[in-house]
Design a protein. Structure first.
Length: 399
């Protein structure tokens, strides 16, 4: 195996660990709410405490990786969030859970922008979409595996033990990464990155920057439903039992994994054949539009099987665009791809924060778990429209 492929393998494993640690609290959600006596609105704040810190720290963590090297920064942040994954199992109430999940998000914030930074330094332009596709597919596989790990452990020894187990897994990855990975030496790319300082004033005046961030805000408003409220929605909103929940949660994440792999290959293939306007934005925009229809149908048609089918399709289809979006950060950000992807993901996590809060508030005020899905469908349509106006052939940050 070449060193480049070995690095990609490590990033793929990291993607799985990242989402195992992130989705576990959603799978255990109903048990935690019962044991700690939390209302749906309070649970929304618990979900959003993580999203808030995760969003706020995206840009700083991406910039740290670009400036000080991804070997050091990734090792430290994975160790940090793994410890707070374990601490989640020690929470005694709402206050402690809010603090722990906020601090957990501080660490996880660096995973995606630093992984993007690594890819930008080791992979050529025609390979970045596939590389991003595999990393994001792995994160979805982590989400698919989570119920198979968390639910048996919960039934055997309780939900707290699941957090101790997954925390240990992340610590092992951090140690292996520190021993294995070395940042590239004084290559031309590294020299260019050091010479060209990022001008935030020009970045914030750039129309493409705001289109990119806006597109990801509305996309993530929808995607964070799957990362936060989805298992609770399926159990309390549509009546899935614990045994049914394992597969009802896993299959949509498998669909998402397939969407990411297919989307990564498609964006590179279409870009090579037709140019980036087709390969990046046409693929991204159309995927978001079709997924919005699936989300609407999931809300509108009653029954367990219908919601399972349409939400599985929704998750798989809108993640066809994800490798395109993250490849755009390399196309537009060049050697500051980590920082730009951090900014984009910050906007996305603000969307996720809003989704977590509004979902809980709508359910508590109306008693209807379907109502928030209509709201999410509208957000996905807005994201599709904004994607159309992004020009992937016009870099935001020039070398």
């Amino acid at each position: 195996m070449s060193r480049k492929n070995a690095i990609l393998t490590m990033l793929v494993i990291l993607g799985m660990v990242t989402f195992l640690d992130r989705i576990n609290i959603s799978v255990a959600g109903s048990s935690i709410m019962h044991d700690l006596q939390l209302s749906p609105a309070q649970w929304g704040w618990v979900q959003s405490a993580f999203i808030l810190s995760y969003g706020l720290m995206q840009i700083p963590m991406g910039a740290l990786g670009d400036a000080f090297g991804h070997r050091k920064i990734l090792a430290v942040i994975v160790l940090w969030w793994s410890l707070f994954t374990a601490f989640t199992g020690m929470a005694g109430g709402l206050a402690s859970l809010l603090v722990i999940r906020f601090m957990f998000g501080v660490g996880e914030a660096g995973s995606s922008p630093c992984s993007t930074g690594v890819i930008s330094r080791w992979f050529e332009k025609g390979e970045v979409g596939k590389a991003q596709g595999y990393v994001w597919a792995a994160s979805r596989m982590g989400g698919a595996l989570t119920p198979f790990v968390v639910i048996p452990v919960m039934l055997w020894v309780g939900w707290r033990a699941a957090f101790y187990l997954l925390g240990a897994l992340g610590i092992v990855w951090a140690v292996v990464w520190w021993m294995f990975y070395r940042d590239p030496g004084n290559t031309d790319k590294t020299v260019v990155a050091k010479k060209n300082r990022l001008s935030w004033s020009s970045l914030l005046r750039n129309r493409q920057f705001w289109l990119l961030c806006g597109m990801y805000f509305f996309y993530a408003f929808g995607s964070w439903f799957f990362f936060s409220w989805f298992p609770t929605f399926m159990e309390l909103g549509r009546g899935f039992g614990k045994s049914e929940l394992t597969y009802a949660v896993a299959v949509p994440f498998v669909m998402s994994m397939m969407g990411n792999i297919a989307g990564g290959h498609l964006t590179d293939k279409l870009t090579k054949k037709f140019g980036m306007k087709i390969g990046r934005k046409a693929l991204g925009s159309s995927s978001l539009a079709v997924s919005a229809v699936c989300m609407f149908l999931a809300a509108f048609i009653p029954g367990k099987m219908a919601v399972f089918v349409f939400l599985s399709l929704c998750f798989g289809i809108f993640d066809l665009m994800l490798p395109s979006a993250w490849a755009l950060c390399i196309d537009l950000g060049k050697q500051h791809a980590g920082t730009l992807s951090g900014a984009m993901n910050t906007a996305g996590n603000i969307g996720g924060f809003c989704c977590g809060i509004l979902f809980g508030q709508l359910v508590e005020s109306s008693g209807n778990y379907n109502l928030p899905l209509y709201m999410i469908a509208v957000m996905l349509i807005i994201s599709a429209v904004l994607f159309v106006f992004i020009n992937p052939e016009k870099p935001i940050i020039k070398e």
